[in-house]
Ligand binder design. Sequence first.
Ligand SMILES: [Zn+2]
Length: 416
Amino acid sequence: MSGGELDRRQVVAALLAGRGDLVVVSGLGSATYDVAAVEDHDRNFYLWGAMGGAVALGLGLALARPITPVAVITGDGDMLMGMGSLATVATQNPGNLSIVVLDNGLYGETGMQRTHTALGADLVRIAKGCGIAHASRASTAGEVAGIAAQLQGTAGGARFFSVAVAADVPTNRRSFEELLVRPRTGEGKNRLDDALGYKDFIRLGKEHQMRVVESLYCEAQPSAPPPQADYEALRDEILADLKAAMPVDIVLLMLHGAQMAAGYDDCEGDILERARAIVGADVPIGAELDLHANVTAKMLANATVLMACKEFPHIDFSERAADLFDLVRRARQGEIRPVMAKFDIPMVGAYPTTRQPMRSFVDETHAMEGKDGVLSVSLVHGFAWSDFPEMGASVVVVTDGDKAKAEGLAPMRPSP
Ligand SMILES: [Zn+2]
């Protein structure tokens, strides 16, 4: 009971064209991108990392503000995970709540696996079975217009709509272009503030009176690997900027660390290898990573310093950018000679650093840095959704010229 012809972005634009006072709660993943792409409105409430929570949150808002129309716009994956909330909606039945599920039958964020709606689960019948009398399915632009006209309603009980949308490639050139800063053309200047790490490199370079040559910054929501040509075009733009800037003293890259593309299992290793080929062996290359990276042999072989953020949730990209800048600058000046070692941790999981035992581990890595020749210790959590042999958690230690010491410390074993 899923999938259709409608373009999800056009559906959401049509739903929100005359939104008035409508409060919109968007479910994590594509729906949040769809809603933000229409307009970053004060009454948008984006959910991120809250899978299954969109309807429950919308219900709470609708009950708290009974005369304010509230629309939950989410995907079938989020709805399936929070299905129990439909039963609660039915018992409360607020007339100011509308639920719109953009149903493509796919878990977009984790790589386009089929959801239960692609295998026969019928969300409209489930909503009706829960007791939401006003539940229907839309698959044409005319039917979507009909839904839009009902979103302002505040009486007559809650409404549930399932809209059959097309299963397009969720991560492609368009996705990256939406979150892109291209200094050469001035595109995305207003997005620079969100480009943590990257914007810090630029600021620090200027503060140190360096000649700063900025290249492309872009990001996209994780999903299935993007098409090969899309990745190569963006990569080649960065490499062309680097070539044009030569000779350079240092290279700083803000990378996620777990990107894949069609034909490339290790995009960051590929970028680092090509950057190394351009600048030669003597120019220090530093890369800041999201801790959800998969650190590969190719990345280690071609970077001078790899440093991951330490906190999950990620609140320290700017601090780590400053640490990395400092190490790479000192390496250039010959003050230090960074060498790296990696220890693989055979675990797959999510490890918030706000809780124990992760909190102590992170504090320990901080305490080790800056003394006894230890330059940096990164606890890299890995990105479990990357299906390739080098996926996994690791510790990356950078020492000053002492490879054996780096190798000895990387396992993070408590001292006897
Ligand atoms: Zn992350």
